[in-house]
Design a protein. Structure first.
Length: 82
């Protein structure tokens, strides 16, 4: 008895991983959120979503200086030990 084999991509073939981003609705228009700097830079360049300390997921596209800081992100950030 033979067992079926999984087809392997040919040499030089590029495969793409599909990612299901789920965007949160709500306060992204009202607050600036805290995210890791490297993630923020990548998101701004590539247009990919980021997850804030508070759990909010969105694609950053506006100047964060124009909005107040998310109170939940601020509380979490201030509770992180140095």
């Amino acid at each position: 008895m033979t067992t079926p084999t999984t087809p392997q991509p040919e040499s030089g073939t590029v495969t793409q991983e599909r990612v299901d981003y789920r965007y949160d609705e709500g306060d992204e228009e009202r607050f600036s959120h805290y995210v890791p700097k490297d993630a923020l830079m990548q998101a701004m360049i590539e247009g990919t979503p980021v997850r804030a300390l508070c759990g909010k997921m969105w694609v950053p596209s506006r100047d964060p200086e124009r909005f107040p800081v998310c109170p939940e992100c601020k509380d979490i950030y201030e509770s992180i030990p140095d």
